[in-house]
Design a protein around this ligand. Sequence first.
Ligand code: PLP
Length: 480
Amino acid sequence: MNQLKQQILDLQSKSQPLEPNEAQRNAYLNKVNAYANSFLNSIETTKAFCGEKETPHVFKITNKTKPIEDILELYANEVAAKGINAASGGHLGYIPGGGIYTSSIADYLADVTNEYVGMHFSCPGGVAIEYELLNWMKSLFSFPESAIGNLTSGGSIANLIALTAARDKHGIKNAVIEKSVIYMSPQVHHCIQKALRIIGLEDVQIRYLELDANSRIVASDLEEKIKADKKHGLNPFVVIASAGTTDTGAIDPLKDIGNIAKANNLWYHIDGAYGGFFILIDKVKHRFNGIEMADSLVIDPHKGLFLPYGLGAVLVKDKEAVYHSNHYRANYMQDAIDDAMPVNPADVSPELTKHFRSLRMWLPLQLHGIEPFVACLEEKLLLTQYFREELIKIGFKVGPDPDLSVSYFWYPTIDGNENAFNEKLLKELHNDGEIFLSSTLINGKFVIRMAILSFRTKLDTIDKAISMIQRGLSKLNQSV
Ligand SMILES: *Cc1c(COP(=O)(O)O)cnc(C)c1O
């Protein structure tokens, strides 16, 4: 055999481990499945939080191979057991989702078949699934069929795509930037400010709007600020509302803001990353009136549909505005372009190659239908109410009636040093870790925050949270 062929065959045999045979595949899967089962079987009794200050140095890349058992053990001890257990129903901090199991099956399929879903040409079926999901979301929010959308890695990139479209629609570049004004609540998610910096709008003028007692934007303040800015020769071009703020779950007055946006020719962006899917609940649907007026909308299925992390969505009414920044035709792509075909997801997003993430949303919806998701969302609203009622019974003060499933509370003290006391209490709760809660500042006041959105959070979880809080309180009262 000639030397070149021999070298190639040597390399072929060295790279053979990259293609395990069926027996090896089964062996891997059986071990992983056994671990996944033990993880899920004990999830109700596993702590929601284990604080760990040190970063473990046990993940080194070397040429030494390890059996799957050792890797799973390392994973269990050093990854899954530390920090926040985001799969736990006891995760009531930030905005949890849980991560439904059937998405993991979809991810497995997506990875094994490795479909390429950036372009219609390479996987018409996969792209059709993405568009079907986007069409479903358009119908939920009464967006026109002509709107375009994209499934992103999460809400941050979805917001970035929407704000870039707003920028390009209004031609905000060069000298115009400094004169241009964006209106938003001081409670917008910080990914908005981040996105503005990333897309070159660091120097726009940001006007933070007044909030009412429920942390919702005061629409009349928007109107006044726009008027004043116009009088000063400035260029108002975007207003951002939240359909469920991260901090307190407040839904801004979407319709009033929409009317003001239309009257003043502003791009109307709504961030519904946290709250959007609550529109499925009849009881609270009316709170979303006006969401259909948005020019762009963000929703996070990895929050409101309880999917594992890695799935956000953006809908934009003005296709051309999105194409302006994302559409590109490279010569090496010429086989993949056909104007008669549906829009390529890559023309609506900064991503070209992307994970086949639509499958992890589509497959569970096929298996379970929509109803269990709706029931679970409604359950979250009632659990929030229940948690608040139980907190009041044991002496806590609670924030205003929440619009959705985020709320806050604090323990009143007579000496007036409430902030310090509640900070200490939260530390106790984190040391305990059975249930994980976070905190925020409301007008400078330190409050403990509950965010109930994991599909695994149940009545029993809230009862455990109340017992944990009582344990924390009695510890603190003993030490004073
Ligand atoms: C979570 C959240 C985001 C950010 O989304 P990621 O998926 O974390 O990138 C944006 N806006 C709101 C209102 C959120 O709750």
